[in-house]
Design a protein around this ligand. Structure first.
Ligand SMILES: C[S@@+](CC[C@H](N)C(=O)[O-])C[C@H]1O[C@@H](n2cnc3c(N)ncnc32)[C@H](O)[C@@H]1O
Length: 402
């Protein structure tokens, strides 16, 4: 019998939480998303809608206590195999002891750290992630130390510059006290450790749940290209190209990026991958390739610049060449799983705050190709199973430019 009273429901949930709840089969993965969808509904029913609104307005406090842990590098000062008193921890990290204790106790209400004995802190499995996984730590740093500055000033930015497509007219520029004069990348580039963390955070984001590069490898018929040439435009350190190359070693791949460092070249080195410095706003320099991939490029740019990027490819395109965009795609509101939609909308707003950029809906892609040049024939968009990214394809029907 399914539970019908709150007492029965509490007992069966408690029992369920004792098992690992691992989703392996497709049915289990769907059940997992189903349950995730129910959690906010359950919460609203249990606390009431008015209280839910009040709690939402307090969500910044969760970010504050998380930010504290990163700002004072607290996770690294707590021993992995023991405990530490608040006063010792305070001396090590530099945050005054009473504030430290209050903020960490708040973090504990979110499942991070615990107190094994009074006034002592120890790691649990969640806080340990911030020590053992530099990418997650870098992600928290980017969001809470940098982009959050933009979030706090976003309403002012929208009042000052309604409809702006400039990367400098953002909440971030106000947060950095140079309103309208600085962009997120320009601020990050001022500090080498922030550049490194930004790279790590992007790697985490680009390969996290729903964003796995495997969906690009498995979601397109690369085999039909035989020994053809694929250009990975804005391909960063080539991690997507190396995954494609591992599955289809006869392909020739070219990874292009505005910044190509020696480190980037070595991490995903393959004999069939060439790295090349190239600005995607200038005419494409690799001519007559079969496919030009743009993975996570266009969500960084508004339509005007996105059209410029597409047009810059044209001088290199042979008839039949394909443009393959692998990017996020916003669902119709309230259609798919809540957890999935929430993730996509979080990215969309984060892009607005960070650089006046945006996620797009399926129809937007076709319109973008049409505006860039009517000789692009839109072939369609598909979302590989389990992916939050779409593979969008267009074919060049124009003549080869000489
Ligand atoms: C969001 S990242 C995407 C990286 C990678 N394609 C992926 O799937 O994660 C955007 C990339 O575009 C590069 N980029 C930015 N402006 C560029 C430009 N004008 N020309 C070429 N690459 C550029 C950045 O250096 C960065 O590697």
């Amino acid at each position: 019998m399914p539970p019908t009273t709150l007492v029965e429901l509490a007992a069966s949930l408690r029992e369920a939480l004792d098992s690992p709840l691992v989703a392996e089969s497709k049915a289990e993965q769907e059940a997992r998303l189903d349950i995730l969808d129910m959690i906010p509904v359950l919460n609203r029913k249990l606390v009431g809608e008015a209280q839910t609104i009040r709690d939402m307005a307090w969500e910044w406090l969760n970010v504050l206590s998380l930010k504290t842990v990163i700002h004072w590098d607290i996770a690294k000062q707590v021993p992995l195999d023991g405990k530490i008193s608040y006063s010792e921890l305070s001396a090590k990290c530099g945050l005054e002891a009473s504030a430290l204790r209050r903020l960490l106790r708040h973090a504990m209400t979110n499942g991070m750290f615990y107190e094994p004995t009074k006034d002592h802190v120890a790691h649990n499995s969640m806080s340990q992630i911030l020590v053992e996984d530099p990418k997650t730590a870098a992600w928290v740093d980017l969001q809470t130390e940098t982009i959050l500055l933009g979030g706090a000033n976003q309403c002012e930015a929208l009042d000052r510059w309604p409809g702006s497509e400039s990367k400098r007219e953002t909440g971030v520029s106000i947060g950095f006290h140079h309103p309208g004069e600085t962009s997120l990348y320009e601020e990050i580039k001022k500090k080498p450790e922030k550049i490194q963390k930004f790279g790590l955070a992007m790697e985490l984001f680009s390969s996290g749940e729903g964003y796995e590069v495997s969906s690009l490898v498995e979601g397109y018929d690369w085999g039909k290209l035989g020994g053809g040439t694929v250009v990975d435009v804005g391909g960063a350190n080539g991690f997507a190209s190396s995954a494609i190359s591992d599955a289809y070693p006869s392909l020739k791949l070219v990874v292009q990026d505005i910044d190509v460092t020696e480190d980037m070249k070595t991490e995903h080195k393959r004999s069939n991958i060439e790295f090349m410095k190239y600005d995607f706003f200038t005419p494409q320099i690799v001519k007559d390739a079969d496919v030009y991939i743009y993975r996570w490029i266009f969500h960084n740019w508004q339509d005007e610049q996105s059209i410029q990027i597409l047009r810059a490819a044209i001088p290199a395109l042979k008839p039949g060449a394909k443009i393959l965009i692998n990017d996020g795609c916003l669902p119709t509101p309230g259609t798919g799983y809540w957890y999935e939609e929430k993730a996509s909308r979080n990215v969309d707003i984060c892009m607005m705050v960070a650089m006046n950029a945006k996620e797009r809906e399926e129809g937007d892609w076709e319109a973008l190709f049409e505006k860039a040049d009517p000789r692009f024939k839109y072939l369609g968009a598909k979302r590989p199973t389990g992916s939050r990214m779409m593979i969008i394809e267009a074919e060049w029907e124009g003549a080869k430019e000489t």
